[in-house]
Ligand binder design. Structure first.
Ligand code: ADP
Ligand code: MG
Length: 465
């Protein structure tokens, strides 16, 4: 086996055991450089990847290599220079090694951002100074995305371009994206930054077309050093806007200007995304944010409580963290409600007060008030398909795939009978619904992409109802 074959085979194994985003991020542009007596040297594009491969993925890599070369015993990474921008060890690596880097410590040190020094630029940049790295708690769910954002803020336009961050609602995407901007302002107030949601971008573009100022619109974008576009999935199905965005993107990209994008799903799952945009996005770095585990939720609560100069004992914090699991926005919302209730009643937050306040939020979780139509709406929106088509006719592959997911979700979330589901979908037979349920249920076990998509859809359903 040549080194190339060995690495190809090992990558095939690794790909199966880690998330797609991690795989692309850390293993792209890597190769085996030498292989002597089981000591294998892997070439990686930058110091950042070296750090991750050696420390975090070491065991995965060795395990995968041993399938094909029994005596593989040690891996080392060296930076080789296809993409060498002279970076060795971005500062963020320290932060990755110590995810517990407590927000309290840093918050006290950093104080407010230097907003006063550059109010004009900050205002133009459209950034909320509250969203900074210091106030962002790192957990397993977001360490990759956080590290990537931080690295970009230290190597603007040079390291990962574009940087694409995706994940469900309320998990910290906007916070991270804006942290990059705020960090840049801190380092160099002269840098031109623009944060804009994709929706706003589309509206500004439409206005500029109406006022015959498209060229001016585009020129303005070319002057930007860091362009942050939030919630890009909004452009799904909007061809004209995508087209113009592509030009803005290219112009900036060619000038080595940094572009950072967020989305509720990975590029490959954004329906009707122009192929050339998708491949541009996939050509950069993609990182996901997931749901926080209990430990991270607890740390976030503790940070928010101290930020607000409030006090709550550990048992109370644990209760909230154990019961509010979906996302961080909800967690903050719950905390705010508890604080408001305590202030109103002039009582301290005992467990019984907290239980009362949260009773509504906690029991209103699953299944409350969700109907077929909410599921249909979410799926139609996700796949950019007419609701009508989803329910009635249409045998096109994409439509029937989306329909099967809809049937699966109606069964799973609402426990409707198969006959009832068949009826709802234009009088189809119960066996069609059963088949759809079983097919999706089975596919979920092996298909990461599908699983991810279904999670996003469920999130949407529960956050919009
Ligand atoms: P998204 O853009 O993914 O929907 P946001 O960035 O708006 O989510 O986050 C929702 C809220 O949760 C914000 O107030 C944000 O500050 C907070 N938040 C999210 N993640 C974290 C984190 N890791 N540490 C501290 N606060 C967080
Ligand atoms: Mg957001």
């Amino acid at each position: 086996m040549t080194n190339k074959e060995l690495w190809g085979a090992a990558l095939g194994e690794i790909e199966l055991s880690i998330s797609r985003a991690n795989f692309i991020t850390w293993f792209k542009n890597t190769s085996i450089i030498s292989n002597e007596n089981g000591r294998i040297v892997i070439g990686v594009p930058n110091g950042f990847a070296k750090e991750w491969l050696e420390n975090k993925y070491n065991t995965y890599i060795l395990r995968a290599l041993r399938n094909f070369q029994e005596d593989a015993k040690e891996i080392k990474c060296v930076i080789h220079n296809i993409n060498d921008f002279g970076l060795n060890k971005p500062k963020s690596v320290d932060a990755i090694k110590n995810p517990a880097l407590s927000a309290f410590e840093i918050n006290e040190k950093s104080g407010a951002l230097e907003k006063e020094n550059c109010p004009y630029i900050n205002c133009e940049a459209n950034l909320n100074p509250r969203y900074n790295f210091e106030g962002f708690i790192v957990g397993e769910n977001n360490e990759l995305a956080r590290a990537a954002c931080y690295a970009v803020s230290q190597n603007l336009g040079k390291l990962y371009n574009p940087l694409f961050i995706y994940g469900g609602v309320g998990l910290g995407k906007t916070h991270l994206l804006q942290s990059i901007g705020n960090e840049i302002i801190k380092q160099d107030p002269a840098k031109k930054i623009k944060y804009i949601t994709a929706e706003r971008f589309a509206n500004e573009l439409i206005d500029s077309i109406r006022n015959q100022k498209v060229n001016q619109f585009k020129d303005n974008y070319q002057k930007i050093d860091l362009l942050i576009i939030d919630d890009i999935q909004f452009l799904s199905g909007k061809e004209k806007t995508q087209h113009e965005f592509f030009h803005v993107f290219n112009a900036l990209y060619q000038l080595n200007k940094q572009i950072v994008i967020s989305s509720d799903r990975p590029p490959k799952s954004i329906p009707t995304l122009e192929e050339r945009l998708r491949s541009r996005f996939e050509g950069g770095m993609i990182a996901d944010v997931g749901k926080p585990d209990l430990e991270t939720r607890t740390a976030i609560l503790q940070a928010k409580i101290s930020e607000k100069n409030f006090y709550m004992d550990d048992e109370a914090i644990k209760f909230i963290a154990e019961n509010i699991k979906n996302n961080i926005r909800e967690l903050e919302g719950a905390l705010n409600r508890v604080i408001a209730a305590c202030e109103f009643s002039k009582k301290s937050p005992t467990l019984s007060i907290i239980k009362d306040v949260l009773a509504e939020i906690v029991t209103s979780g699953k299944k409350k008030g969700i109907q077929n139509r909410h599921i249909i709406e979410a799926i139609a929106d996700f796949f950019n398909i007419d609701q009508e088509k989803l329910i009635n006719k249409g045998r096109k592959k994409e439509v029937s795939y989306a329909r099967q997911i809809a049937m699966y979700l109606i069964r799973n979330e609402l426990n409707t009978s198969y006959a009832g589901i068949g009826d709802y979908f234009g009088g189809r037979d119960h066996s069609t619904a059963l088949h759809a349920f079983e097919k999706i249920n089975k596919a979920m076990k092996s298909n990461e992409k599908l699983k991810e998509e279904i999670e996003i859809i469920i999130d949407k359903i529960y956050t919009t109802v």
